[in-house]
Design a protein around this ligand. Structure first.
Ligand SMILES: NC(=O)c1ccc[n+]([C@@H]2O[C@H](COP(=O)([O-])OP(=O)(O)OC[C@H]3O[C@@H](n4cnc5c(N)ncnc54)[C@H](O)[C@@H]3O)[C@@H](O)[C@H]2O)c1
Length: 337
């Protein structure tokens, strides 16, 4: 039996990804520190949660090493705000956990004589600018530009991208026996994702989904960034579609291991205005938190995703208008009705 492993399966992306891969007919192994929601667990063949679902617990790997895992979606991580509050734990989980999963992929690939696909959700937090002027003048950034991240989260992700490329292309290059090629490492740098069904926690792009979900519930919202703060965002269905389509792309078409993907890049005010169109009575105030705003100011305004478009025909289905009109508005109204 072949399995698809999803770590962090109970998170925002995990909920949608489990649904998508279940529809594809995958035998899913779900791993999460938190107990898995019933709707998630029902779609999985095997689940590990609590202590045994901790990606830094060696006991978990005693179980996973017995299984023929051919695809890994490694979502489990501390997000940017949580990581910055506890850099030691962030490095333990975000780097240590990723290394352990890369090793699982490599040893499994060697045992079953095939490259295990390793899908990695990286982030626009790997980019770093020292001023708002520099960020503005850079515009859409390419994958290899401006990669001096200012947060431990961004640095952790960038290091793991490099490690993944190493496992894929150069692992133990001095060894007499061939050791590379057992991990087929592929990743996308996600912008902030907006879901109609789940509310994020611990991220720095959370202001967009937070203001929308607050408005839908009739709650006032105080936005922690300035009105002119601009970073890229994407609707959750496109986020899930991107990682699955990248996984399914023929390896010979891929010219890189990590790709930018783009959809839309509004300012916080433009997002608030869209939310106000949907909920005219909503109460959204802007009260920037200087420190969290400082992190957003180091992230790029937008990304250049031309390589993903050329290599694996990537294109977002939802632009800013369509995200609100066709995805968020109907689903959120139904969710809170
Ligand atoms: N959501 C976004 O906007 C966004 C943007 C860029 C990148 N990403 C990346 O995508 C991935 C998933 O993001 P998400 O939005 O679903 O996050 P999330 O916080 O909703 O989900 C992460 C899940 O990982 C689990 N987890 C945390 N530590 C763990 C551990 N030690 N062992 C096992 N499970 C653990 C959490 O319980 C949680 O269910 C993350 O790697 C994140 O960095 C997300």
């Amino acid at each position: 039996m072949k399995y698809t492993l999803i770590t962090g399966a109970n998170g925002e992306i995990g909920h949608s990804l489990v649904e998508r891969l279940h529809q594809r007919g995958d035998n899913i192994i779900a791993v999460d520190l938190q107990p898995l929601d019933e709707t998630v667990a029902a779609k999985c063949a095997i689940t590990y949660s609590g202590d045994l679902g901790n990606i830094t617990n060696e006991q978990l790997y005693t179980e996973l090493e017995k299984l023929d895992i051919t695809e890994i979606y490694h979502l489990a991580a501390l997000l940017s705000t949580s990581a910055e509050k506890n850099p030691g734990l962030a490095q333990h989980v975000n780097v240590g956990g990723t290394i352990r999963l890369l090793e699982l992929a490599r040893t499994t690939g060697k045992r079953i004589h095939t490259a295990v696909k390793f899908l990695f959700p990286s982030t626009i937090a790997i980019y770093g600018f020292t001023s708002v002027e520099a960020k503005k003048s850079a515009g859409k950034v390419k994958e290899d530009e401006h990669t001096l991240a200012h947060t431990v989260y961004g640095i952790n992700k960038y290091y793991c991208e490099q490690l993944g490329r190493y496992y894929d292309r150069h692992f133990m290059q001095l060894s007499a026996e061939k050791e590379n090629g057992y991990v087929d490492f592929r990743g996308v740098r996600y912008p902030g994702l907006i879901s109609a069904f789940t509310v994020p926690t611990g991220g720095t792009s959370d202001y967009a989904p937070e203001m929308l979900h607050a408005a839908a519930q009739g709650k006032a919202y105080s936005c922690f960034v300035r009105e002119d703060a601009r970073i890229p965002f994407m609707a959750m269905p496109d986020g899930v579609d991107a990682i699955v389509r990248l996984a399914e792309a023929p390896k010979e078409h891929l010219t890189r291991n990590i790709y930018n993907i783009a959809a839309f890049a509004p300012t916080a005010k433009e997002i608030a205005d869209k939310v106000r169109e949907l909920y005219p009575d909503c109460d959204i105030q802007f009260k920037p938190d200087i420190k969290r705003q400082g992190i957003v100011d180091t992230w790029c305004e937008d990304v250049d995703d031309s390589t993903a478009r050329a290599d694996w025909n990537w294109q977002a289905s939802f632009d800013f208008e369509r995200t609100f009109k066709e995805y968020l508005a109907p689903n959120i109204k139904q969710r809170y009705s």
